[in-house]
Design a protein around this ligand. Structure first.
Ligand SMILES: [Zn+2]
Length: 404
């Protein structure tokens, strides 16, 4: 078998395309394969698909292909531009690459699983390409898959924001709780992001009026956005965020009190951690401090008791419980705990809603860790456009239409 025949068979080329030659440079670690088309061949118009269009002229093009053993491989061809009676002069589509790409389809198919599992900068180093070229490939397949993605069954969603860059801009993530999967990522963390989510839902066959449940933190912007754009949605506030606000109350009481009670110094975490996460030493410290007549110990009891809200058997029991807790906290004479209790009061229905929706705790934490994972893979990603595409790639459960 001649090497051109071997290469032609391996590339799977059919008429009118054929391998005309190859050049191997061991020093440059590079194989170049030249492809040509039969003289007098006619091609289909890439726009209207009319067949039998004559060649007008050709343009030299080159594509990176899968490596030949340890050597980089390139396909080179003079790509014809045809003259279509309807569309004019157009460049034909070649069967081994998509229009506008400098990589072959097989090279891209090799890249995509790598880009899902490995930081882009690392893949770029590994294949010896600039990362902007890899981001272009990633965007192409993600955009195409998202365009086909169907959101018509979405009825329960969760929102959370994550900082796109340290201390800088934010992106908001909208997740299908029943996927679970990332449906939409918006720039910013204001109420308008919920409107953008509703629009995107419609664009994917979904209906904002079908959204019955949403889970979120107590961000005023998200609450306003849900009221404006998701007319049927009942809000459940995420347990972690509610407890966090009560914890902050406890911490503030402690910081104030330790000015006069030095034994409280170094005790910060024993009040904030959950029982199961304390070491035996920390537990002893907590128990001995809790027995003493400290404001911090009282604040801690208020925080600890709040957790029992989630153990109430029914919503009715839970509401009776929460009223008692509220009365206790607001009469504690501990201003930070009174403030925390008032925050609970202002978000009353969304806190109680948990007893109807039973949306799993930790959903938002899960979303947030997705954001972190995407950031790690997109390290040095330069733009939030790239970060968003990476979130869709790793958390969108998209069906990528890869050529193999
Ligand atoms: Zn045409």
């Amino acid at each position: 078998m001649r090497d051109t025949d071997l290469l032609q068979a391996a590339l799977g080329l059919g008429t009118p395309w054929a391998v005309s030659g190859s050049r191997f440079d061991a020093l440059a670690r590079r194989l170049d394969i030249d492809i040509t088309f039969a003289k007098g061949a006619r091609f289909a118009c890439p726009c209207c698909e009319a067949t039998g269009c004559p060649v007008h002229d050709t343009e030299q093009k080159s594509w990176r292909h899968l490596s030949f053993f340890q050597h980089e491989a390139y396909l080179n061809a003079r790509v014809p531009r045809i003259r279509c009676e309807v569309c004019g002069v157009k460049r034909v589509n070649v069967p081994w690459a998509r229009e506008g790409s400098g990589f072959t389809l097989l090279f891209e198919a090799m890249l995509m699983p790598l880009l899902r599992s490995t930081p882009v900068a690392e893949v770029a180093r590994h294949v010896g390409e600039h990362d902007t070229r890899l981001w272009r490939v990633l965007h192409h397949y993600v955009d195409e898959a998202r365009a086909r993605d169907d959101h018509s069954t979405v009825s329960r969603a969760a929102f959370d924001e994550t900082s796109a860059r340290r201390g800088h801009d934010y992106v908001s993530l909208f997740v299908d709780l029943d996927g679970p999967r990332a449906l939409f990522v918006a720039n910013g963390k204001d109420a308008a992001t919920v409107g953008a989510f509703a629009d995107d839902l419609k664009a994917h066959g979904g209906d904002p009026a079908r959204i019955e449940e949403v889970c979120m933190d107590m961000s005023a912007a998200f609450i306003a956005g849900a009221a404006a754009h998701l007319p049927q949605a009942e809000i459940t506030f995420d347990r972690f965020h509610i407890v966090k606000i009560i914890n902050e109350g406890v911490d503030e009481v402690r910081r104030e009190e330790q000015k006069s009670r030095p034994e409280l110094k170094q005790s910060r975490y024993v009040w904030l951690k959950n029982e199961t996460n304390l070491s035996s030493g920390q537990r002893e410290l907590r128990d001995s401090l809790a027995r003493s007549n400290l404001k911090t110990a009282r604040a801690y009891q208020i925080r600890l008791t709040f957790q029992e809200f989630y153990q109430q058997p029914t919503r009715k029991d839970a509401e009776v419980f929460l009223k008692k807790w509220y009365f206790w906290a607001t009469h504690s004479r501990l201003p930070p705990m009174i403030d925390a209790a008032r925050t609970v009061k202002r978000h009353w229905n969304g806190i109680l809603r948990w007893h109807d929706s039973k949306i799993a705790n930790g959903i938002l934490e899960g979303i947030n860790s997705l954001g972190q994972a995407a950031k790690a893979k997109a390290r040095g990603y330069r733009t939030s456009h790239n970060l968003k595409a990476m979130i869709y790639l790793i958390a969108g459960k998209l069906e990528l239409a890869l050529p193999i």
